[in-house]
Design a protein around this ligand. Structure first.
Ligand code: NAD
Length: 483
């Protein structure tokens, strides 16, 4: 029997009011139920919002270093549980143990980072004027934050929203994605064990269209931080801002890597391959377009096909090169794009086949795919696949490469592989993306610098992570003190 993880409302783990639950299966072995969760409703969400509003004032009034101490202790609790959390994440979401371990470590580091930042974003003192004693700004918590998160980084993304929200004195209602809610629940458990007061964080798994929608439109919510698809994100952003809540939505990507004629092609293959096929291509920053100078095109295509074919695939817990897709619908979506690309006339170089049968326990496995001769008007060039599928496009020169890379509704992460410093600088100036990387893969982020996109990848209001995370969750008050 699988034990049910309950909702967490006002410091208590409680079943859903209507008793509903849902199960999460292991994407590497679909006969196995990994976990069962209480499925919250809008009524449960309302209770959680009420509890958060009740708790928020005292939490904000707590001295910032004391809030920081609870975040630090949370990091320590997660660190003690790192091994079991890594396995849980791999079994729910499908990542390899190496990838899952890196993600859990990132969540731990995020708690330590914001623990040290809790007292750091208090405001600024300005020179007094007009005979006043002082003029200064003060940063205050927004109130109650509704956090809505995706399944693809099920511990790191909740962590990078929860930690800055708490550090700055906000209370939280968190709705994780239903495909992998466990790791976010583990953060909530760690916060409880670290002594977070009741009601300051509330955890309500449930469907997007009821719990998610409630968190983005309820009057008791002052800030909404969403990460997920562009389709849902725009809707969430509009609903939240109509409701006068501060909102941010970080969304999809169609991230390019430009390979110039000065590039070391072997290095380019490593950079593109890791960005395209790491975490089974299920990253918002995954490299899904390689835009390659004609002089190195054939060599690059040959190299990336070899790279894709060398990846061993299997259950995440066995730590292979690549794990399964998270769910059947994600797998089917990837397979559909493989058909679309072939029908559009792109050259199918390799991969895109489902691996099934006993050996694969009916898991959601697909081999990494490469398409070449991809044109800018093809869907495989324009649309986010969210699976291990790389589109390769040939370009005549550097100018053509930049224009081709920018020919996208998205603008999250972008990369150039070049040996030419002028090209590197020009790329940084001209790329339409929130993150520009030179000789690095499009995936992989540092926690102390802002992260976010432009165009359809983000609502372009606030960044996440680093100091930007603290800015989002606080309001500036300007004080004129004449004593
Ligand atoms: P999704 O948009 O389907 O769901 C995200 C969250 O929103 C889930 O918790 C879901 O239940 C909830 N939701 C769904 N409908 C809702 C509604 N009407 N109101 C409120 N909430 C609702 O995305 P997903 O499939 O979980 O994640 C994959 C997507 O996330 C990809 O597009 C990926 O690029 C994107 N992503 C972006 C970033 C980033 O930082 N830019 C990071 C990771 C993932």
């Amino acid at each position: 029997m699988t034990e049910t993880t309950n909702l967490y409302i006002d410091g208590e783990w409680v079943p859903a009011e209507d008793g509903s639950t849902f199960a999460v299966e292991n994407p590497a072995d679909t006969s196995e139920t990994v976990a069962e969760y209480a499925k919250g409703s809008t009524e449960d969400a309302q209770k959680a919002i009420d509890a958060a509003n009740e708790a928020q004032g005292d939490w904000e009034a707590m001295p910032a270093p004391d809030r920081g101490a609870i975040l630090r202790e949370t990091g320590a609790v997660l660190e003690e549980r790192k091994e079991e959390l890594t396995e849980q994440l791999s079994r729910e979401e499908g990542k390899t143990l190496s990838e899952a371990g890196g993600e859990v470590q990132r969540a731990i580091d995020i708690f330590y980072y914001y623990a040290s930042k809790a007292a750091d974003n208090a405001g600024k003192r300005k020179g007094p004027s007009g005979g006043r004693t002082s003029v200064y700004t003060k940063r205050e918590a927004l109130g109650v934050a509704g956090l809505v998160t995706p399944w693809n980084y099920p511990i790191a993304i909740p962590a990078w929203k929860i930690a800055p929200a708490l550090a700055t004195g906000n209370a939280i209602v968190l709705k994780p994605a239903s495909a992998a809610p466990g790791p976010a629940g583990a953060i909530v458990q760690a916060l409880e064990d670290a002594g977070l007061p009741d009601g300051v964080i509330n955890f309500v798994p449930g469907s997007g269209s009821d719990v998610g929608a409630e968190l983005t439109s309820n009057d008791g919510i002052d800030a909404v931080s969403f990460t997920g698809s562009s389709e849902v994100g725009h809707h969430v952003y509009d609903a939240a801002t109509d409701n006068m809540a501060r909102a941010q939505a970080e969304m999809g990507g169609k991230n390019p890597a430009i390979i110039t004629d000065s590039a070391d092609v072997e290095e380019a293959v490593e950079i593109v391959g890791a960005g395209a096929f790491g975490v089974t291509g299920q990253a918002c920053t995954a490299c899904s377009r390689a835009i390659v100078h004609t002089d190195v095109y054939d060599e690059f295509v040959e190299g990336i096909v070899e790279y894709a074919e060398s990846i061993d695939i299997g259950p995440g817990v066995e730590d292979p090169g690549m794990g399964p897709h998270v769910t059947q619908s994600e797998l089917e979506s990837t397979l559909e794009y493989v058909d679309v690309a072939a029908n559009e006339g792109a050259t199918h170089e390799t991969g895109g086949e489902r691996l099934e049968g006993d050996e694969y326990d009916d898991g959601y496995y697909v081999t990494p795919a490469v398409f070449s001769d991809v044109e800018r008007d093809m869907r495989i060039f324009q649309e986010e696949v969210f699976g291990p599928v790389l589109a390769v496009t040939e370009v005549e020169d550097f100018d053509d490469a930049i224009e081709t890379a920018n020919d996208s509704e998205y603008g999250l992460s972008s990369s150039v592989v070049t040996d030419d410093l002028n090209e590197a600088h020009e790329f940084v100036e001209r790329t339409e993306a929130g993150v520009a990387k030179v000789n690095e893969k499009t995936t992989g982020l540092e926690l102390h610098v802002p992260f976010g996109g432009v165009k359809d990848s983000s609502t372009n209001t606030y960044r996440e992570q680093g100091d930007a995370g603290l800015d989002f969750f606080t309001e500036i008050k300007t004080v004129y003190l004449n004593t």
